[in-house]
Write a protein of this length. Structure first.
Lengths: 262, 285, 262, 285
């Protein structure tokens, strides 16, 4: 149990930032794993909201899609999707939103729309989905991304979702209600926005990761926070809970589906 | 407007309600995706459709890959939890098999547009599209000034599809439809449409009073077609689960144009109906 | 059973105008009695919608309020009130709306707000409620009112809900979707709008009612339709169904309420 | 934000969440009207309130008659199925016991204003207020131009009460609230408020997952107070019926200022709590 992967470390680092009782707008993949890990460890009363309309859901296994039946079965209730966005997210009732992206820039702005020109893309990505409004209205957001010079970039090909815009208070001058990204969780450590400049700086490193590794994986001249924290390695309890969750999930998703007809 | 004639075959419902060039929405957010209806539209060789859907995942990957769409209104296009919608990408990136105009939004924007459509308002309001380049590339995203505070609030034009297709658990002979589970924006998409066609797992004589349950009353439903398994490979709460393995396998099927076309020819176009489609997968999917 | 009151005749005249399958937005009082009578006689598949959010309700007794529990128990479903107004009424999904009022003018405009000046009323009435939007959006409306020179007036003290406005096509030039009042059902007979002028004219009389009685009860110079129809007297079946409905209702409303505590 | 401390007495909830001068909504459309909460506000002698409610029927007749309101936002004020709200009329017609400012709307307008409030939009849209003099007497009813069609659409400013009171069937110890039956605009009014206080018939340890049932999740609820019979003389679906006879008797009680005051003194102010109020009626109502 003492060996762990960077993927596991990312999930656990994200989970640790969540507190008991916080209301999370959960995306699929690592964010869903992190939120459910938090619920199964230190934050049993965390409230998980999925954009499919499930409020306060407590799945036993991770959903593959954002609207798996397990989410509905275990939710406090299911509301129509328009209400999730209008009455819960836009109304400022979400504490933490998770975001992924293909590109992040130094002010935490995100691209999940397109690589290359919008009208003649080299790679068309899935698009905004809920991200633009999560980025605007969640009280804070966490961005989760594997770091390379192609993902942490000097300039976005397209701005899908707002971080701190051009920085230096630009976001605070808009009508966005949420506070923007409080952490960009990568596979070497965590970037956080610097007060005043709103620029992402290196502030936390995983065990075994180095400043050099971080600089090599970031496409802009990465600056350092005054103090770089060394994140604690995953505990055996965290690893066990996470691996058990993934194992349950794999087993559940491998079950063949029985159709009424066949 | 009694229920007489509302319960029809899926083939008849599509023939009656879908014409080339129409604006067509197939809704269902992960849950209750009307795959059988999509396949029947393909079998009837409809063309030049304006497809509308928040998440054009596999169902529209198939329709777009078969060349039946000229335009797409959407907010997220991928294979949920798996990766790309390859046929959608190929249409946008390379115009294959046909160029595809896109009208791109966010989930909150499409939701507001359906709600406006359902209420027969000409536009919907949201505090949305803030700080995004979408407003630069989509001229349909505009704004109005609040007459009380002066704040500018984003607007989207109402969505009123010519026809919306939904899938649901049950309907009765008069055309009342019962839905249980995750709703997405399907009720709003259905109420926004000029015609609403619903495929169902089961027909019953009469649905019981539902109190706060979700019912589409018969007088807003144009046609109901019995179609067990009609949401497969998505799922139906309380009936069958999502075939996550199918979604994963689709990545390989859809990555290559030829493989995709053969698969569709064999399983969809080569099958006379949804039951045959399901049976064909049992052998080889 | 051959004797009947003018109240009964009004209710029956209103019920007869409803057809099987029509979608009615029902108000409390006489309209509720008329709609349910229609359902219990010639229009079993009539769809009754109450503004409290009950769709397709089939009460066994008449509600006293517009939101009695009986309406919810027997409804196809119950939706939030904002949806009733936005997705059903405003969306043009209601065939017939019933309206009452304190005053009606010759173009079928209604006052249910105030007698006297708005800021210094001699009688403050309940106000618009759902009426303004029913008047605008139902495909057609029926107005039910006891006729006196104080209720069928030359000039409204306040226009709560639109009929044909100033007449002569004024309504058709607005963004109102509904067709306006097709009948004003009084206790002497029925007024209907004349093509072209949109003025209410006398077109139907109850058995025993006279043109003179009608003129005496209307506050403007009442004109006559080219043909005045004589409405058939209530049939024994209609009277029996209506009286049984009222009797069931009285018995139900006389039941003492049992509180959990007392 | 765990549920600790959310379950309190009604007296404590009112003391904590209602101050003089606040904007207060008590919602419930015929069903689930929070009478117990209204009476507790009267017992605590709150003044200068801006009361908001679609249908200021008996519950606001009592509050206005006791002089606790300076302003009323509403759309229909009467005794449903019976006649006038005499105390409301007396306040508007004669300023007794105090003058009452009125902000008058239609049902559709108040509904749109609550929905806007719940969504934290500054205004709501509707195709409403067409051909009515209400637009002449209420300057808060305005319009915007549709940025697509040019049509003018009516607007209402969002309603965001300082506190909304609701009544419901059940809550659990964490503060999750379950509602069954006619909803009116109570969910929207609750979600629009800065604080939401709910009285309930029953407290349970944990509510089961509700699927498509109506739940106000604990993190939008500020306080829950156990208050059996708290909606009386209105009703609670599945628990007790509407006391239609009480509504009919109220006409005589409320017609005369003195009779009204004595009744309120005796049954409401003279009772320490709702259970005593109910007991006092058992003897003499």
């Amino acid at each position: 149990m003492s060996e762990w992967t960077r993927d596991e470390m990312m999930t656990i680092a994200a989970a640790r930032r969540l507190w008991n009782g916080c209301v999370c707008f959960v995306g699929i993949g690592l964010p869903s794993a992190a939120c459910n890990l938090a619920r199964l460890t230190h934050a049993p009363d965390i409230v998980l909201v999925y954009e499919s309309g499930t409020l306060g859901t407590r799945p036993d296994v991770l959903p593959l899609s954002i609207g798996d039946g397990e989410l509905a079965d275990t939710a406090a209730c299911v509301v129509p999707l328009p209400e999730i966005f209008a009455y819960f997210l836009q109304a400022g009732r979400v504490d933490v939103g998770f975001l992924g992206a293909a590109q992040v820039d130094r002010h935490g702005n995100l691209n999940s729309t397109v690589i290359g020109p919008y009208d003649a893309p080299s790679t068309r990505l899935p698009g905004a989905g809920g991200a633009t409004e999560i980025a605007a209205h969640a009280r804070q957001t966490f961005v989760v991304i594997k770091a390379t010079r192609r993902s942490l970039v000097e300039r976005l090909d397209f701005r899908t979702s707002a971080g701190f815009l051009e920085g230096r208070g630009a976001r605070a001058r808009t009508t966005m209600r949420g506070g923007g990204p409080r952490a960009v969780i990568t596979d070497f450590g965590v970037l956080t926005p610097e007060d005043g400049s709103d620029e992402l700086v290196l502030s936390e490193l995983y065990p075994g990761a180095t400043e050099e590794e971080a600089r090599a994986a970031v496409g802009w001249p990465l600056r350092l926070a005054p103090v770089i924290e060394r994140i604690a390695a995953p505990t055996p309890a965290e690893l066990e809970a996470l691996r058990a969750l993934h194992a349950r999930t794999r087993a559940a998703h491998a079950q063949p589906v029985r159709l009424p007809l066949t | 407007m009694s229920g007489v004639g509302k319960v029809v075959s899926l083939g008849e419902a599509v023939a009656r309600h879908v014409a080339d060039g129409m604006t067509v929405a197939l809704e269902g957010f992960t849950h209750l995706i009307p795959f059988a209806a999509a396949h029947e539209i393909l079998r009837q060789r409809r063309r030049e459709l304006h497809l509308v859907r928040m998440t054009p995942d596999l169902v529209y990957d198939q329709m777009i890959g078969m060349g039946c769409a000229r335009r797409l209104t959407f907010s997220w296009g991928g294979n949920p939890g798996v990766g790309s919608a390859h046929r959608l990408r190929d249409a946008i990136e390379h115009g294959w098999p046909l160029p595809l105009e896109i009208d791109e939004h966010t989930h909150a924007g499409v939701a507001a547009a359906y709600c406006a459509g359902a209420a027969r308002l000409p536009f919907g309001l949201l505090r949305g599209y803030l700080g995004t380049d979408l407003v630069q590339v989509n001229p349909r995203i505009r704004s109005v000034e609040c007459p009380y505070t002066g704040e500018r609030i984003a607007t989207v034009p109402a969505l009123n599809p010519d026809v919306t297709f939904l899938h649901a658990q049950r309907a009765d002979r008069r055309g009342n439809v019962e839905i249980v589970g995750i709703l997405g924006a399907q009720r709003e998409a259905g109420l926004a449409a000029k015609a609403l066609v619903v495929t169902v797992e089961e027909l019953v004589d009469e649905l019981p009073p539902a109190m706060n349950g979700i019912v589409l009353p018969h007088w807003v439903v144009s046609a109901v077609a019995l179609c067990p398994g009609g949401a497969y490979p998505s799922y139906v709460q309380g009936r069958y689960g999502r075939d996550n393995a199918f979604y994963q396998r689709w990545d390989a099927v859809s990555r290559d144009r030829g493989t995709f076309r053969s698969w569709m020819e064999r399983h969809v176009l080569g099958a006379p109906d949804h039951a045959s489609f399901l049976a064909s997968l049992g052998a080889s999917a």
